[in-house]
Design a protein around this ligand. Structure first.
Ligand code: GLY
Length: 392
């Protein structure tokens, strides 16, 4: 999380939205943060001491499934622990965060398996460095950024997401936008300037190819390896090639908002607003937690995806700070707040398991992690609570 945007957001918020904060102060953020800390304390007691971390509690179970550092979600649990340290200043969380973060060290010296290195290393070591300035963490982040950059194909202009699964060309998934933050950070903190250029080129290529005319995102884009030409847009985790997979659109909104923060190029800001607009306009659920895919055929009985709501709520808080349009700013803040309150009031898992949230959906077409608790839903929920707290 970037401190400059938080300062800006706070100033704008205080000047323009005093009524908003007064009307909504019945929502107790501290109570939700305490809840997260209590749940995480329970989780710590059941994690095996074998280098793994918690990923999922499946629907119908109350037991965590644990994963090792290679899993794409391995950075979220240490990231949650860093956020709890930030929220509480309690050294207990720093100690645990450091322990689980260090499990991911091998990623910085291994060949890149896929694009997820940003999710893994920036949420763990990145948050750790932001809060502690530990030089060992910085070295690992810088090395990992160079590793991620090896997946960049200059003929296409993007990082390849899944080298192990070619899908008929050079594939890039929309989720990959999130991993650019690692490259931006490295380029500004002692790494090569080339990392910045790669991140910008990836964002531009994605902006130009990865979206339908109505600004809904494909999940996967396939490009020709040699010519760089777009072959087709398709899905892997969404309902169909032409549907709007909720978490994909969420990654896009968050990703382009972050790219604007890092570049200050207005074309990325304009694009982030368009992506948010289509998401909010198509969102039909009263509680603002989306179905797992906006075009799922069994709506209103389709599973929800609390992770998408958590990601979007956090992204909208940041995006709201970049607009001078008071009506739009107020819409983003009001809707983001409503998402966070919905998740807090009706999606918490206190009586079921020790995650923070229920009702996230991982990979519906594969029949896996449907309507369950997942660490990335928890991570972005906690991030959104912290962002909201800083606004007040
Ligand atoms: N990045 C994988 C997912 O969102 O499920």
């Amino acid at each position: 999380m970037n401190s400059k945007f938080l300062a800006l957001i706070s100033a704008v918020f205080l000047l323009g939205n005093q009524g908003y904060s007064q009307k909504n102060d019945s929502f107790n953020i501290k109570k939700q943060l305490d809840y997260c800390a209590d749940q995480a304390s329970k989780t710590l007691k059941v994690i095996p001491n074998d280098g793994t971390s918690p990923r999922t509690v499946l629907n119908g179970s109350n037991e965590w499934k644990f994963v090792n550092y290679k899993d794409w979600t391995s950075g979220f649990w240490p990231g949650e622990l860093w956020y709890l340290y930030e929220a509480t200043k309690d050294k207990k969380w720093e100690k645990e965060a450091d322990k689980f973060t260090r499990f991911l060290t091998p990623l910085s010296v291994s060949k890149a398996a896929d694009h997820d290195l940003g999710f893994q290393v920036f949420n763990s070591f990145g948050n750790g460095y932001r809060l502690t300035k530990n030089k060992e963490y910085k070295e690992i982040i810088l090395k990992t950024a160079d590793t991620l950059a090896t997946l960049f194909n200059p003929k296409v202009g993007t990082i390849q997401s899944w080298p192990h699964n070619k899908m008929g060309g050079h594939n890039t998934i929309i989720d990959n936008m999130m991993n650019l933050e690692l490259l931006f950070w490295a380029s500004k903190n002692g790494g090569s300037k080339n990392l910045y250029d790669i991140a910008v080129r990836h964002a531009e290529t994605t902006m130009n190819n990865h979206f339908r005319p109505d600004y809904t995102s494909y999940h996967v884009l396939i490009y020709d390896f040699e010519t760089g030409k777009k072959i087709k847009g398709r899905t892997a985790q969404g309902y169909s090639d032409d549907s709007m997979w909720a978490r994909g659109q969420a990654w896009a909104i968050y990703g382009f908002t972050m790219v604007y923060r890092e570049t200050k190029d207005p074309k990325f800001l304009d694009f982030a607003h368009k992506l948010a607009r289509v998401y909010l306009d198509k969102l039909t659920t009263e509680d603002l937690v989306p179905y797992w895919d906006f075009n799922a055929p069994d709506i209103p009985n389709a599973p929800r995806d609390a992770s998408a709501a958590a990601i979007v709520s956090s992204a909208l808080l940041e995006l709201s700070s970049y607009t001078k349009d008071k009506t739009l700013k107020n819409e983003y803040l009001t809707k983001s707040k409503k998402m966070i309150v919905s998740l807090s009031d009706n999606y918490q898992s206190r009586d079921v398991n020790s995650a923070f949230l229920l009702h996230a959906t991982g990979h519906k077409p594969a029949g896996s992690e449907i309507d369950c608790s997942i660490n990335y839903a928890d991570y972005y929920y906690l991030e959104a609570l912290l962002r909201l707290q800083k606004l007040k």
